[in-house]
Design a protein around this ligand. Structure first.
Ligand code: F2R
Ligand code: MG
Ligand code: MG
Length: 319
């Protein structure tokens, strides 16, 4: 797999756009099925056709916060990112946030440091998927340097999700976005190489085992078995590997990736957001159905952030 720095500028920009818009559409479409059981692909397609607007949830709202902060700070600044989350939540608290983050935002507003507030929730911090669902801008921006990507994914996670499984889930999702970005769109994804790279990257045994399960399930027709082995839940280890699997089942189709992710039921907005981010980072914006793009709420702003992130990649990697 090549590096994004060897890529023509037009392709790089399209992939950044594809990643953020692809994430937001997966979130908005998946939100209509969040918390429900499995569904048929045909029903998801007709749901998408019927919706007049694709309205996103906390997954996209927090991804916007990550992107805004990385752009404004010219890289990662924990205090700035935490304050951006607090400000954005105050403006739109109705986006369907998970239980933990609003409590942490309250602590930070009350003077708790950004790097310690999350340790006060749950036992050992949160391992919810809330930091993995928002990490795609980190995967894009730090795609040229896996160790830096890991460090920034961990630190951005620790604002709200400081459990090892939460941080590692965010890093694995960011790594998948980077691998997808770094694969030229005219080159097939080598699924074995992709999984080996993730397996080498993962530091936690549970995630290594899940990556092995992805390999075993690639030809699986039974969705119940996929859910039983990979999960479709709100916890990072029960959703990040599932999203990667959804992408690797059908790497040439953004549409099929997102529809399959939603069809598994459970935390559908988040699994479709993460799968959509990986797929969009590989295939680029043009691979996302234009009728879905046209319906996405706040699309111009999300695209503007993606363009600014593309322009920041050289600064962040030389700075
Ligand atoms: N909140 C939701 N969906 C609920 C309904 C939304 C509704 N449609 C609406 O409009 O209001 N979705 C969003 O939340 C998920 C991300 O959650 P996040 O940010 O990770 O939250 P939290 O609280 O940190 O963790 C989630 C749960 O995981 C369990 N958990 C985490 N750490 C734990 C630990 N150390 N020990 C035990 N359990 C732990 C807890 O049950 C947490 O509540 C996304 O789906 C997003 O879309
Ligand atoms: Mg959500
Ligand atoms: Mg969700």
């Amino acid at each position: 797999m090549g590096l994004a720095k060897d890529m023509p500028g037009g392709e790089l920009k399209s992939k950044f756009l594809g990643c953020l818009v692809g994430m937001a559409i997966g979130d908005a479409l998946g939100a209509k099925r969040e918390g429900r059981g499995m569904s048929r692909s045909e029903d998801i397609v007709s749901l998408a056709d019927k919706l007049e607007q694709l309205i996103y949830t906390d997954d996209t709202h927090m991804t916007i916060g990550v992107a805004e902060s990385l752009i404004e700070s010219n890289g990662f600044d924990g205090e700035h990112m935490a304050q951006t989350f607090v400000k954005n939540y105050k403006a739109e608290p109705w986006r369907g946030y998970g239980p933990g983050p609003p409590r942490i935002f309250g602590m930070i507003k009350g003077g708790e440091a950004w790097y310690s507030a999350a340790d006060r929730l749950y036992s050992g911090g949160s391992f919810g998927n809330g930091s993995a669902m928002r990490v795609s801008p980190v995967g894009l921006l730090y795609s040229r340097n896996p160790e830096r990507l890991r460090e920034i994914a961990y630190r951005s996670s620790s604002i709200t999700h400081s459990h090892e499984l939460g941080k590692e889930g965010a890093a694995l999702q960011a790594c998948a976005v980077a691998l997808a970005l770094n694969t030229p769109w005219d080159e097939d994804i080598d699924r074995e190489d992709f999984l080996s790279a993730l397996q080498d990257f993962a530091r936690n045994q549970l995630y290594r085992e899940k990556v092995s399960r992805i390999r075993e399930l690639l030809g699986e027709q039974d969705k119940a078995r996929v859910v039983a082995l990979l999960g479709n839940g709100i916890e990072a280890p029960r959703s990040v590997p599932t999203a990667i699997y959804c992408f690797l089942r059908q790497p040439q189709s953004y549409r099929d990736t997102v529809i399959y992710a939603i069809s598994l039921g459970g935390d559908t907005d988040t699994i479709a957001a993460m799968a959509g981010a990986i797929s969009g980072a590989y295939l680029g914006i043009e691979a996302i159905p234009s009728e879905w793009r046209a319906k996405l709420e706040n699309r111009e702003y999300i695209e503007a952030l993606a363009e600014k992130l593309t322009s920041s990649i050289d600064n962040v990697n030389t700075g």
